[in-house]
Design a protein around this ligand. Sequence first.
Ligand code: KG4
Length: 338
Amino acid sequence: MGDYILGIESSCDDTSAAVICDGVLLSNVIASQKVHENFGGVVPELASRAHQENIVPVVSEALREAGISKSQLTAIAFTRGPGLLGSLLVGTSFAKGLAMALNIPLIDVNHLHGHVLSHFIKREESDSHPEFPFLCLLVSGGNSQIVLAKSPKEMEILGKTIDDAAGEAFDKCAKVMGLPYPGGPHIDRLAATGDPGRFKFSKPHIPGLDYSFSGLKTSFLYTLRDALKEDPEFIEKNKADLAASLQHTIIEILLDKLAKAVKEYPVKHLAIGGGVSANSGVRKAVQDFCDRRGIKAWIPERAFTTDNAAMVAEAGYFKYLDGEFCPLDSPPYSRVTI
Ligand code: KG4
């Protein structure tokens, strides 16, 4: 009989539960909340209500797909932070209640560690993973960071955004174009047929390995505002080129700092993670970047790019192996560094 760990993720607008057995994934169920689409962004109060509705059916389905009953669980790993406090409270309280009822250990997981460790999710015992130390470009709706992963539990942020995250740049520019939320996947789809060199947007000049995306957002907004004065149909006529040029600029910003990072930290392996790592252009650019430098690139399965509990269970498994458990009175954190 193996060690079964239930992972629970509820940091933002995805309710997810996953089961792993000795580190091998058995199930990963995700309920994405559609309720936010009408508001152009995540509404925290609605997110926590939706988590409350989803958590029991999502956990039940994860156990069913894994083919086990809850009494077979060995431990429960949950996202303790960072994220929206009301959302985190739902997953945290549920995990605590179930761990107490089953009298099994509780493991707290840093959501950002989860994204970095998503490359260790195994479908089969023999699946490979990055070798430590490796660099991880962590790009999502809430974060844009370059992380040096030294071990499963030892990670250092080398650079991070000083304002917006890359995902926010995608989403906010998409909103200006009248695209639905979240805009990232829509930009990705439109960019496939557009000319990435057609429009030029400003790029930041920030020292070190930090990022900034707010200037790009403003530059995109002003380009559209000025062009719309001349031609009210401007966005409609140039949708694909606008998306391709925006995506191209975001990728250039990301890779400029990544190039600096690999010079300062000459690693053999480089990974990407977070929602924006689902982007076709980002995936291809990072693969090419690594190929040119003889670095092994780790591009995650799309299912493991956005928020998911498989990565939480996997990160929890590393702590489980070291007997690192968390007391029942541990509160969630909305802000926590890696
Ligand atoms: O990691 P994630 O699920 O949660 C947050 O931390 O928010 O990331 C969500 C972000 C959103 O900004 C979304 O637009 C972006 O990931 N995203 C994408 C793509 N798929 C998701 N951005 C660009 N291209 C995509 N294909």
